[in-house]
Design a protein around this ligand. Structure first.
Ligand code: ADP
Ligand code: MG
Length: 292
């Protein structure tokens, strides 16, 4: 590539759907050596769908799913949408819930049909002093397949699990290969559990995985890597990702993501996939060669 001006670089980027906020973002991006990527909605499509309902003894699939979906109607989380849609596809009549509460990074609780319902991950189960023995190996098999497993608790006892799958974007593998070839170390940060994160990360050749990350902790991971002397870009799409995007040397938002993520970013990928990051890097290099 020939050297080029910042104006030319940002113009070329824009044509390809890579919006670079200013000269500073471009300059900084040339020095980045570490890229943190959010999983859901960044590596994956972010539109999970229900793939299994497994009842505990004494329960049946439809009643477990109906209770779960009735509660999740109160949540805007993509996992909740998957569960509600799954119940609708089975034509289950949903009830209204009471005392709905979302527990960040863990799940949701409330009352349905005058029963106490909790729905969420293993952390939520352990908060409730519960452990799933009968469903544990099935849960792990599903996680090893990249699925996200949530347990349904009814009146203090595990009634079953629901599992959702969120496919990796078609563009993700080649985009990550290109970024590896450019020398980036790639780290996945996700609120999802370790096993699911590893299944997806190892398929994609991700260098390091940070799983079970609470929303507030993504920015702390960026700071930790910066303190080790790394120059960090963070790519994400969610409201949860915004503080980490702002903390990073360069924040990279999906154009399909939350407005607050886009506002916190130095680079926006209009097409909502990771292809544009390698292009931004090549533009940054060509520009900086010219300036120096
Ligand atoms: P992420 O969006 O990266 O998955 P979150 O912090 O939003 O991170 O969620 C982390 C985990 O908490 C989810 O994988 C899920 O197990 C659980 N969780 C969060 N919200 C819900 C919900 N509405 N229903 C069930 N589980 C949930
Ligand atoms: Mg996300």
């Amino acid at each position: 590539a020939t050297p080029m001006s910042i104006m030319t670089a940002t113009g070329r980027g824009a044509q390809a759907g890579v919006l670079i906020r200013n000269a500073e973002a471009l300059e900084r991006f040339e020095t980045v050596d570490t890229l943190i990527v959010d999983k859901t909605g960044t590596l994956t499509e972010g539109k999970p769908r229900l793939v299994a309902v497994l009842p505990e003894a004494g329960h049946d699939e439809d009643s477990v799913l109906r209770l779960a979906a009735s509660l999740e109607r109160g949540s805007e989380h993509p996992l909740a949408e998957a569960i509600v849609r799954g119940a609708e596809e089975r034509s289950l009549a949903l009830a209204t819930s009471e005392a709905f509460e979302a527990i960040t990074g863990k799940g949701v609780t409330g009352r349905v049909d005058n029963r106490d319902i909790a729905l969420g991950n293993a952390r939520l189960l352990s908060d409730l002093g519960l452990q799933s023995e009968r469903l544990a190996s099935e849960a792990n098999e599903r996680r090893d397949n990249g699925e996200t497993v949530m347990f349904v608790v009814v009146d203090g006892a595990i009634a079953g699990l629901v599992s959702v799958a969120d496919p990796v974007k078609e563009t993700t593998p080649a985009a990550l290969d290109a970024l590896h070839a450019l020398g980036f170390r790639i780290i996945m940060a996700t609120g999802d559990n370790e096993r699911t994160a590893r299944a997806i990360g190892s398929r994609l050749g991700i260098d390091e995985i940070r799983a079970d990350v609470l929303p507030a902790d993504k920015a702390a991971i960026v700071r930790e890597l910066q303190a080790e002397g790394r120059r960090v870009a963070m790519a994400g799409d969610g409201v949860n990702d915004a503080p980490a995007l702002a903390q990073a040397d360069v924040g990279i938002a999906m154009g399909t993501g939350a407005d607050v993520a886009i506002e916190s970013a130095g680079i926006t990928l209009v097409k909502g996939n990771l292809d544009g990051i390698a292009r931004a890097r090549r533009l940054a290099r060509a520009t900086m060669r010219n300036i120096r």
